[in-house]
Ligand binder design. Structure first.
Ligand code: F6P
Length: 318
């Protein structure tokens, strides 16, 4: 292909910039024209796109967010919206598209590919819930942000002999909660994938306090329930002073970690090279430390499960 484009879509994640930068610089290195689409599918429909130069992606590898902007686009869910986007791509001579985003964004890519647009997807989400890849761009940075918060909450929990619940992102996926619960030494991790019993948890928390324990940290994935509600119940049932911290969108921002910068750069290069050489309808990700390609339809039609080893380990170490 002689002209490709890149977009970021859905929830932003730290490292999207590094990935887009790698796409742009690889394409230019290969002598291929490259366009940026602003605000994801919304910009594709509204014809909000422009040609990029090497300098367009200068000074962004260290930044969270996405210089292209992102959005969740309801219009793109309609056939009409997708046809409009295709017409805009055609007008500018765009022959292939790299989409950086999560499940929903890659599903959008699969729909565009049905209209004849060659698509390469890159998994960009803090949730780490894309099927076929161990890794998604931004999850490592978000996990580090959460662990930093857990460390701080632990200090004050211990000072006051309190239970602190921390609610982290993940509507359907407990990866963030589980990994940060283990890394942060949490006593309990509540995730949407595993049933839990609040009464049992309260009983154990109370017994631990009776034995002299100074504090407990409970990590709650947002998909497992509202930490505010659960915290209220825990406080009432244990009689122990309990506080709740909902971390929110702070988890999505910040300078990407080294892992996110490097892996996003590797994936961005692969995506551009694949598209240029005529390969499409794949998602690039990582498996056991190596870049792998996954069929786009497989990636969007399969549900990633939470590693049972992580669930087991969290129980053993708590
Ligand atoms: O998919 C990424 C994510 O951050 C989820 O963890 C979270 O549930 C959701 O996006 C929040 O979406 P929004 O930023 O649109 O409120």
């Amino acid at each position: 292909l002689k002209c490709i484009a890149v977009m970021t879509s859905g929830g932003d994640s730290p490292g999207m910039n590094a990935a887009a930068r790698a796409v742009v610089r690889t394409a230019l290195y290969e002598g291929v024209e490259v366009w940026g689409i602003n605000n994801g599918y919304k910009g594709a429909i509204e014809d909000d796109m422009y040609k990029l130069e090497s300098r367009s992606v200068g000074d962004i590898i260290q930044r969270g967010g996405t210089f292209l902007g992102t959005a969740r686009s309801p219009e793109f869910k309609t056939e009409e919206g997708r046809k409009q986007a295709m017409a805009n791509f055609k007008k500018h001579g765009i022959q292939g598209l790299v989409i950086i985003g999560g499940d929903g964004s890659l599903t959008g890519g699969a729909l565009l590919s049905k209209l004849g647009m060659p698509i390469v997807g890159l998994p960009g989400t803090i949730d780490n819930d894309v099927w076929g890849t161990d890794y998604t761009i931004g999850a490592d940075t978000a996990a580090n942000t959460i662990v930093d918060a857990i460390n701080k909450l632990r200090d004050t929990a211990s000072a006051h002999r309190r239970i602190i619940l921390i609610e982290v992102m993940g509507r359907k996926s407990g990866w963030l909660a589980m990994t940060t619960g283990i890394a942060g030494g949490a006593e309990y991790v509540l995730v949407p994938e595993v049933k839990y019993n609040i009464d049992d948890m309260c009983q154990e928390l109370k017994e631990a306090y009776d034995r002299g324990k100074r504090y407990s940290i409970v990590v709650v994935a947002e998909g497992a329930g509202s930490a505010i509600e659960i915290g209220k119940e825990v406080g009432e049932k244990t009689g122990i002073d309990t506080r709740v911290s909902v971390l929110g969108h702070i988890q999505r921002g910040g300078s990407p970690s080294v892992e996110d910068r490097i892996k996003a750069s590797m994936l961005g290069e692969k995506a551009a090279l694949a598209l240029i050489s005529g390969l499409s309808n794949v998602v690039f990700g990582f498996d056991a430390g190596k870049v792998v390609s996954i069929d786009l339809n497989d990636a969007v039609h399969n549900q990633k499960t939470l590693d049972p080893e992580l669930i087991r380990l969290a129980r053993v170490l708590a």
